[in-house]
Design a protein around this ligand. Structure first.
Ligand SMILES: Cc1cc2nc3c(=O)[nH]c(=O)nc-3n(C[C@H](O)[C@H](O)[C@H](O)COP(=O)(O)OP(=O)(O)OC[C@H]3O[C@@H](n4cnc5c(N)ncnc54)[C@H](O)[C@@H]3O)c2cc1C
Ligand SMILES: NC(=O)c1ccc[n+]([C@@H]2O[C@H](COP(=O)([O-])OP(=O)(O)OC[C@H]3O[C@@H](n4cnc5c(N)ncnc54)[C@H](OP(=O)(O)O)[C@@H]3O)[C@@H](O)[C@H]2O)c1
Length: 257
């Protein structure tokens, strides 16, 4: 086992539905990350000692200054990792690779204009971490968080998001944040259409009272790879391009599978 691999202990668990849960672990003192990044988590078949035999990528939900690490997880039926992870309890061990990974970070863009954060399912996770960092609040005029889920019971973190206005640090910037749920398989007060449709029709801009603009908008997408592909196509039809190290652009993405 390399020096970068450490075990952490589960300190808190919250089950949102029978297939969605969040958990916190202890934070190795030397672990540093940039909001939007992910860590690799490992599980060992022998919880008391053996090296992990399975690893998966997990976005950090917690902020860079939190003393714990928080994650938000799906339970995939018969999934090799999550069918084991979901049985763990407070006090159980999860391994982590201290190397941080990922490019869904604010350094992809000039820090100005409006930040659009478009998530499907557990793809909300990195945006919660971004919203736990003063940098995002101070840098953008508008923070537009859109969370697409199948059913309203899957709108995890809704209370946390809605209470950011009372936050001691971000509260003064709370007017910059707009949160728009999308619920695709249930009739609710929220839009029912998928994100690419909501973008192509202009409905999302109307709902948020904000224009998608090549000059102002920075768009982050996270979650289902097909959602990313289709949403990117809708944005490309409007002239948006992916941000690369060799070429500036307005789109940054993280595929979950
Ligand atoms: C960069 C990155 C960051 C990730 N961050 C997270 C995270 O924060 N939370 C999280 O739950 N997962 C995250 N994932 C997915 C995660 O790594 C695993 O795929 C997931 O835990 C399922 O593992 P599994 O072994 O049970 O199933 P796998 O064998 O890994 O996946 C089986 C199938 O389940 C579906 N699936 C996998 N992950 C998800 C998901 N998150 N939501 C819906 N369907 C899914 C896909 O159809 C996939 O083909 C991330 C993946 C990547 C690449
Ligand atoms: N959610 C459940 O009730 C449930 C229960 C048990 C297990 N699971 C398993 O969990 C996995 C995924 O569940 P999930 O609901 O978290 O993730 P998901 O299938 O990615 O759905 C999350 C959101 O993304 C939307 N979406 C999917 N493809 C899209 C696309 N191409 N463009 C735009 N939007 C798109 C969905 O809309 P649509 O609704 O239109 O697809 C939904 O609003 C599946 O393997 C499933 O079998 C889910």
């Amino acid at each position: 086992m390399t020096d970068a691999i450490h075990h952490t202990e589960i300190t808190w668990l919250h089950r949102w539905t029978d297939h969605l849960f969040s958990f916190r672990t202890t934070r190795p003192p030397s672990f540093r990350f940039t909001p939007g990044q992910f860590a690799r988590l490992g599980l060992a078949s022998d919880p008391d000692g053996a090296e992990p035999d399975i690893w998966r990528a997990y976005s950090l939900v917690s902020g860079p200054y939190d003393e714990y690490l928080e994650y938000y997880s799906i339970v995939v039926p018969d999934g090799a990792f999550t069918s084991r992870l979901c049985r763990l309890e407070v006090g159980d061990r999860v391994w982590m690779d201290q190397q941080n990974h990922g490019f869904l970070t604010l350094d992809r863009f000039p820090l100005e204009g409006d930040l659009w954060m478009l998530a499907s399912g557990t793809g909300l996770a990195p945006f919660m971490s971004l919203l736990a960092d003063p940098l995002a609040w101070e840098s953008f005029d508008r923070l537009l968080l859109v969370h697409s889920v199948r059913e309203s019971k899957e709108l995890a973190y809704q209370d946390t998001i809605l209470s950011l206005g009372d936050h001691p640090i971000f509260g003064e910037f709370a007017h910059r944040l707009q949160y728009q749920p999308v619920v695709t398989r249930e009739a609710t007060e929220h839009p029912r259409q998928r994100l690419p449709h909501l973008i192509a029709s202009g409905e999302l801009e109307d709902l948020l009272d904000c224009k998608l603009s090549l000059e102002r908008s920075k768009v982050m997408l996270c979650g289902n790879p097909q959602m990313l592909q289709d949403t990117r196509s809708a944005l490309k039809a409007r002239g948006f391009v992916s941000a690369r190290s060799s070429r500036p652009g307005q789109i940054a993405t993280e595929n979950y599978w």
